[in-house]
Design a binder for this molecule. Structure first.
Ligand code: ATP
Length: 453
């Protein structure tokens, strides 16, 4: 995972940092254990996207579920939405993305490599061949993917893949307010795929052309916007630390005025200390009333809050916490990766928060004898209605523990020969490696209590 040229390469290793070596080990583990595969691997790989394997898909779902739980389930003032990925140009014309959603592109006339100008450490020098002065004038490159709806590929059939999920919430503002009977302050949340034709995708799943976002648009009375912006910055930072990212690896960074998006009055990024330095995890923007006014103007519809009883009428401001599910998954993996010596052997363990761990438990029969595997499958049958539980009867028990440690599985449940007599199993804790023995009948309660922590 080579560091991109623009990022702070001083942050290499040390306390409260994820070293470059750990970054490489996590990418390796992710591929080896089935978290993430290179897309179109058998055709040499496709740099724009990644595929999430049998274990990765579980973790990614858990990341999204944790977000949904905090942002929708546990809030009376937020409702969900699942809007379409394809949308007509009118949406993007109104939102300003057709003209404004661009990155500055330069091309080195010496080696032909293209760069995003704002990611170059030295804006005069090609970071690939090292030649200075050959980058030419930057041109604004629009990041939206365009395609055609229907059989005729003409201008009238042009549509766009969304580059953010947010516009789905704005165009549905009136629909949602009507059916949910909410009034500001209230939010609309959505999780889904977004697409950006990034000039330089890279750093594994940090920057891809197809990725998943978790966004919430929180509509507030305009005078309260600054206060709500502060509130959401604190909430979102707390979400990441609550899920196990150490505070030393997190920070909140307000944008400078010249960094702000075309719609934003104030933005702060939640940043994570990646192996190459600080980088964005999530942006929390005060989008003002820009989007609602723009869509109202272009569509001719009224997009405002109106209180029929008091006559009060205004266009709400919007505070938007916009996170990447795939980028967050990478940060959770990097923060969870640990190695330690156990009885002279090196152990790799993902200390993932229980709610993010792909499997909550693994059932391991001590041997492959039918009597044991039969009993172990019964235990699996008791646990799997409650949680994703892995089952493994291959190799030695020590190797199977190590495999589960690498997957971040909080509990291993071992079925041994005594189980056949006493109906009890041994439970091993991932982090302390402490073992408890208890009757199978108490297993669900035991795990429920511990997994809820
Ligand atoms: P960057 O400056 O890194 O390009 P951005 O400021 O354009 O990101 P936002 O528009 O704020 O990103 O998008 C919200 C979130 O979506 C980001 O914080 C990130 O987690 C995620 N995200 C954006 N672009 C990508 C991408 N190309 N690959 C993966 N995740 C992304």
């Amino acid at each position: 995972m080579p560091p991109p040229p623009s990022e702070d390469s001083a942050a290499r290793s040390g306390v409260g940092q994820v070293s470059v070596e750990v970054g490489e080990a996590v990418v390796n583990l992710a591929k080896r254990r089935g978290f993430v595969f290179q897309s179109a691997d058998i055709y040499g790989g496709f740099r724009s996207a990644y595929d999430y394997g049998p274990v990765g898909v579980l973790m990614l779902r858990n990341v999204k579920e944790a977000w949904w739980n905090a942002m929708v389930q546990q809030r009376a003032d937020v409702v969900g939405l699942d809007a379409s990925i394809l949308s007509p140009p009118a949406v993007w014309e109104a939102s300003g993305h057709l003209t404004g959603f661009t990155d500055p592109l330069v091309e080195c006339s010496n080696c032909g490599r293209r760069h995003r100008l704002d990611q170059l450490a030295d804006p005069e020098r090609c970071s690939h061949c090292g030649v200075a002065g050959d980058l030419g004038e930057p041109r604004q490159f629009n990041l939206m993917f365009r395609t055609h709806a229907g059989p005729v590929a003409d201008a009238a059939a042009e549509v766009y893949l969304r580059p953010e999920t947010a516009q789905g919430m704005f165009v549905n503002f009136a629909n949602v307010m009507r059916v949910s009977r909410l009034r500001p302050p209230f939010g609309i949340a959505q999780i889904g795929k977004s697409f950006r034709n990034e000039i330089t995708p890279g750093n594994f799943i940090f920057r891809t052309r197809e990725f998943e976002q978790m966004e919430m648009e929180f509509f507030v009375p305009p005078p309260d916007a600054a206060r709500w912006h502060e509130y959401w910055c604190a909430e979102r930072l707390r979400w990441y630390s609550g899920l196990g990212i150490p505070e030393a690896l997190l920070r909140l960074r307000p944008h400078d005025a010249d960094e702000l998006s075309h719609y934003s009055e104030a933005t702060s990024d939640v940043e994570f200390r990646y192996p190459w330095g600080w980088g964005e995890l999530e942006g929390i923007a005060n989008r003002t009333d820009y989007d609602l006014r723009a869509h109202a103007g272009h569509s001719g519809q009224r997009l405002e809050y109106h209180n029929a009883a008091t006559g009060e009428r205004y266009v709400p401001y919007v505070i938007e916490p916009a996170a990447g599910a795939t980028r967050a998954m990478m940060a959770f993996l990097l923060a969870a990766y640990h190695t330690e010596e156990v009885r002279g052997e090196r152990r790799v363990v993902l200390r993932l928060h229980h709610s993010l761990a792909p499997f909550k438990a693994a059932v391991l029969p001590l041997s492959r004898k039918d009597a044991l595997t039969g009993r172990a499958r019964e235990v699996l049958g008791i646990l799997s209605p409650h949680w994703m539980v892995d089952y493994d009867e291959t190799q030695s028990i020590g190797r199977r523990y190590r495999r589960q440690d690498e997957l971040g599985t909080p509990y291993c449940v071992t079925v041994d020969f005594d189980t056949l007599d006493d109906g009890a199993v041994t439970i091993r804790d991932r982090d302390s490696m402490h073992q408890d023995r208890l009757p199978i009948s108490k297993l669900v309660d035991y795990l429920s209590t511990r997994l809820a922590d």
